[in-house]
Structure formats: structure tokens, C-alpha cells
Design a protein around this ligand. Structure first.
Ligand code: SAM
Length: 270
């Protein structure tokens, strides 16, 4: 996918609408007909794309993967306000230093992984993992096209294929709400294991809405096993339970997202 791919669906709809208008439909019925025609076609396109083969074996997880969204995930993020501004805020919280080793868990198409790698400079290593084979395929394609040195691997947070104390920073952006409670605990223990003592776990995710109006939209998430903890506001308790100390809230975004920095304590020397 290149950087103009987000234009394709809208061009297709506009073109179909123009053709319908040539056949005498009013502009609004032509637009509706084009929308109804083009949307199923786009869905078929997505299905076709995700049937392309991955070069890595699948991993099993009970987390909610998003393979189906891989072809249009970046477009979707930008459309709902989770574009470069959101990535920039996450990196500001992460305060990445030159040469740090970075892991992005549940990296999706790897936008944040690439930017984190750039922030850490040429001596750094940035790796993104995701159990979605199509997410990782798109992440690798984008990294290659953009000349990024970030690496990507099919893997799940609950079984990280890395040795102990390998990373300075682990990022988890919008992914913890994809895990049921027991998997959150298991995944956070793994993050703790692969972080160096003093290493930082940076989380951006849904949290108790700051504005009562958001509850009109958010209340159903209180009943979903993967998202309930986020909206009840208990995510920081999970971090402490895994051993992180201190756990610090680091600002909010759009009244419904929050950022945290959780530190793996230095080893005691006694
Ligand atoms: C909403 S996307 C977030 C992607 C990316 N981090 C971002 O900020 O755009 C959530 C991602 O978590 C991944 N995921 C689901 N279960 C997972 C697991 N057990 N381990 C790691 N990632 C998982 C999904 O495949 C999906 O790509």
C-alpha cells in the first residue's frame, strides 16, 4: 500500500456516482447507489488481499487479532484521529533516547515501531510483534518501502520470543484492550521479563472517560471481557501486580485515551 492508497475508496465511490448521474440519477441517489456498490467491492478486495501468504508461521492467541483490517488499518487510524499527532504524543511520553532497544507489542502495521526506531537513531534496534500475520506482512512491506530499519515478527505478548532483559523500552499502543484479563496478566509478566532493570513500559490505551458525554458511547465496553478493565480504570493495578514500580499516569487524549509509564525496578544490590 502506498501513501495515496487512502484516496482509492473515495475515488471509486466518486467515479461510480458520476457514472450513475450520467444515467439520470440525482446526485444524492447516485452517491448512495455508488456507496452500496463500492463498499461490498472494497470488502472483497480486503478479503483478497488478506489471503496473500505470510512468510512466518501463525501463532495462536486468545487476544483479538485484527488481520481483517490490515489492508486499511492505517487509513482507518487517520480517519478517527489516531494519526501522526497521536503517535507523536506517545513518543513524547516514551522519551526515547539514542541507541535504546525498543519492542512494540501488538504493533499492527508498525507505524509507531518505525517512528520509535527513528527517534532512537541509527545505533538503535526497534522490533514490532503482532500475532496478526497480515498486520506483520503489511508492516514489513511498509518498512521496506519507507527505508525503515525496524524489524517485525509474528508473535504474541503472552509468549515473547526474546531473552530476559533485552529491551530498554516496551511500547503497547491500543493493544491491551484486545486481551482478556488472564492474558493481560500473562502478557505483562512477559513484558516485565524482557525489559532491562530500570526499563520503561509505555502504554497508550482506553481509560475511564474524562467527559460524562463519552459514557454515552463507551458504556457497552464495560460488558466486554477485553475492554471492561480499561473502562473501569483498573489497568494501572495490572501494571503494579506484574511488578512495575512506579506506575505513572502521563496525560490523556480526546477524553477517552490515557498514557502511562511503568518502570521495572532496578535490581537491589545488597
Ligand atoms: C488496535 S490494534 C493497535 C495496533 C498498533 N499498536 C497501533 O497503535 O495502531 C491492536 C493490535 O493488537 C494485536 N493483538 C491482539 N492480540 C494480541 C496478542 N496476544 N499479543 C500481541 N498483540 C495482539 C492485534 O492483532 C492488533 O494488531
Amino acid at each position: 500500500m502506498n501513501r495515496w492508497s487512502w484516496l482509492c475508496p473515495w475515488l471509486a465511490i466518486a467515479l461510480a456516482a458520476a457514472v450513475f448521474m450520467l444515467f439520470g440519477l440525482t446526485w444524492w441517489s447516485a452517491l448512495l447507489a455508488a456507496f452500496l456498490l463500492v463498499c461490498p467491492a472494497l470488502l472483497l478486495w480486503g478479503l483478497f488481499i488478506i489471503r496473500q501468504k505470510s512468510d512466518e508461521p501463525a501463532v495462536h492467541t486468545r487476544g483479538m487479532t485484527m488481520n481483517w483490517a490490515a489492508p486499511f488499518y492505517d487509513v482507518y487510524c487517520r480517519a478517527v484521529g489516531l494519526g501522526q499527532g497521536f503517535r507523536g504524543q506517545t513518543l513524547q511520553v516514551a522519551a526515547i533516547r539514542a541507541g535504546e532497544a525498543i519492542l512494540d507489542v501488538g504493533c499492527g502495521t508498525g507505524v509507531l515501531t518505525r517512528r520509535a526506531g527513528e527517534a532512537a537513531g541509527p545505533a538503535a534496534s526497534a522490533v514490532g510483534i503482532d500475532p496478526g500475520q497480515d498486520m506483520i506482512r503489511v508492516a514489513k512491506e511498509n518498512a521496506q518501502r519507507l527505508g525503515s530499519r525496524a524489524a517485525f515478527k509474528v508473535a504474541a505478548i503472552e509468549q515473547l520470543p526474546f531473552e530476559n532483559a533485552r529491551f530498554d523500552v516496551v511500547l503497547a499502543s491500543l493493544m491491551l484492550h484486545h486481551l482478556p484479563p488472564d492474558l493481560k496478566r500473562q502478557g505483562l509478566r512477559e513484558v516485565y521479563r524482557v525489559l532491562k532493570p530500570g526499563g520503561r513500559f509505555i502504554v497508550a490505551d482506553f481509560y475511564r472517560p474524562a467527559n460524562p458525554l463519552w459514557w454515552l458511547v463507551a458504556w457497552p465496553f464495560l460488558f466486554m471481557p477485553t475492554t471492561a478493565d480499561n473502562f473501569h480504570g483498573t489497568l494501572p493495578d495490572y501494571f503494579r501486580e506484574a511488578g512495575f514500580d512506579p506506575v505513572q499516569g502521563n496525560g490523556r487524549r480526546a477524553g477517552i485515551l490515557a498514557f502511562w509509564t511503568a518502570i521495572k525496578p532496578e535490581e537491589k544490590t545488597s
